[in-house]
Design a protein around this ligand. Structure first.
Ligand code: SF4
Ligand code: SF4
Length: 438
């Protein structure tokens, strides 16, 4: 018998809390048990009552000698990685965008899915459905709402078919928010699209210099209005792209959101460094972004804003890049393993043919993604949040020159803070549990 490698200990509001990243159990324990887990005092386990010892075993805080936790996580990861009955599709119906963001690295902003291509994509989905138990659709772009009618059309079909076939269906949309209105939001709810991702890059004076309309013109006020409207219908993940230029304006953005957002509980913040994967440009090089994330979270938390929890834990995978049956589809029906590879044709792995089937066109690219394995990296094998992460963001890791500490999920540094966030109310605790349950 011994202690789990995945116990996270913290004191909160006079309570002794133990969270286990492998089993996702969250316990309040006595001072004595807290100290025993902290000091990893194996001999003292025999002094515990049978009830307490069983509780610690059931929660995964104490493990029998015959349990190899790392193997357990590896098996779970591989079951998900090679599960051909689970599919994820990030769909880019159009490369066009009504914005012209200064840091947008899209070289080719033209091209939308033709009717013929859209019919092939629909055929692919129809072909796939009978083989699936879970389907994850991510609408992205360009600006996806420029092709809202097509999204609504196919989503109607998918929602009905998945319900009929008992397929676990998850759909999200990443939009700049400018075109959102009540009609679209009402329909999103009916279509089962429960989460929107919208981006603000700072207070108005900063944001409007970075995320302007394609023909020129500000967007901040319209987006802020759209976020408030959206929170009446769906949950909003509010993304802030950060680099050296706007990092210091994060506090001002939070101050503005504090007085402008009416339903804070419907918003979750998350911050990302600006990155150009092809040129190898990474803001906060050397893993620097991970260091500032915890401070950003404190700034948001002080005004009552939650930070999102990385959803990997639920899927047993870092991202679609690692999953054998998941792809990002561009308007020409080329298939990629990472959204940052869209627009770079040499990164494609395959294509959807005229019968709605996937044809592999570049086995090397596909195998490159499949050979990524967190269990081959000592840094990941020894990481306490491995069961919440399941491996590097291959893009950030490669771009940084494989530097230690890069490509990690924010929770590597912010987990304790996020547990504290969760413990502030019953509702937040419930959300936390839903975010991490496998
Ligand atoms: S990528 Fe980073 S956070 Fe994730 S398991 Fe590896 S070391 Fe841990
Ligand atoms: S490799 Fe990184 S950027 Fe690409 S899909 Fe995975 S997490 Fe996202």
């Amino acid at each position: 018998m011994g202690f789990s490698n995945y116990n996270i200990l913290l004191k909160h509001g006079g309570k002794n809390i133990v969270f286990n990243t492998r089993t996702k159990s969250l316990l309040e324990v006595s001072e004595e048990i807290f100290d025993l887990i902290r000091t990893k005092d194996v001999n003292a386990l025999q002094n515990l009552s049978v009830r307490n010892l069983n509780l610690l075993k059931e929660s995964g805080n104490v493990v029998n000698d015959n349990i190899n936790e790392l193997e357990y996580i590896r098996v779970l990861h591989n079951l998900r990685k090679y599960d051909t009955a689970a599919a994820g599709l990030g769909i880019l119906l159009t490369k066009s965008c009504n914005f012209a963001c200064t840091y947008c690295f899209e070289q080719d902003r033209k091209g939308s899915m033709t009717q013929e291509s859209f019919a092939r994509l629909s055929m692919l989905l129809k072909n796939m459905l009978p083989t699936l138990h879970s389907l994850n659709i991510r609408w992205t772009g360009g600006e996806p709402l420029l092709m809202w009618e097509e999204i609504a059309d196919i989503s109607d079909f998918l929602r009905m078919e998945c319900e009929k076939r008992s397929i676990n269906y998850i759909a999200t949309i990443t939009t700049n928010g400018y075109l959102l209105n009540e009609r679209i939001l009402e329909k999103l709810v009916l279509l089962g699209i429960k989460q929107l991702q919208i981006t603000l890059d700072g207070p108005k004076e900063i944001h409007d210099k970075r995320r302007m309309l394609a023909g020129g013109g500000p967007t901040f006020d319209t987006i802020l209005q759209a976020i408030n409207l959206a929170t009446s219908y769906v949950n909003v993940n509010l993304r802030v792209n950060l680099d050296d230029y706007n990092i210091n304006s994060f506090q001002s953005l939070i101050d503005i959101l504090d007085v402008s957002i009416l339903k804070k509980d419907k918003i979750k913040l998350f911050c990302r460094p600006v990155v150009d994967c092809i040129k190898g440009n990474l803001a906060f090089a050397g893993g620097g972004f991970a260091k500032v994330e915890a401070d950003l979270m404190k700034i948001g938390n002080r005004k009552g804003f939650m930070f999102s929890f990385h959803p990997n834990a639920r899927f047993g995978l870092r991202c679609l890049y690692y999953q054998c049956n998941s792809y990002y589809v561009d308007p020409g029906l080329n298939l990629f393993k990472c959204p940052e590879h869209l627009n770079h044709p040499w990164r494609a792995v395959g294509v959807i043919d005229e019968t709605g089937r996937i044809i592999m066109t570049n086995q090397t690219n596909y195998l490159e993604s499949m050979r990524q394995d967190p269990f081959n990296l000592a840094e990941c094998r020894n990481c306490r949040v491995l069961p919440l992460c399941y491996g590097k963001c291959a893009l950030l890791y490669e771009t940084s020159g494989k530097q230690k500490g890069t490509g990690c999920i924010p929770e590597k540094r912010t987990l304790e803070g996020k547990i504290r966030q969760a413990l502030t109310s019953q509702d937040r605790l419930q959300e936390f549990v839903e975010d991490i349950q496998t």
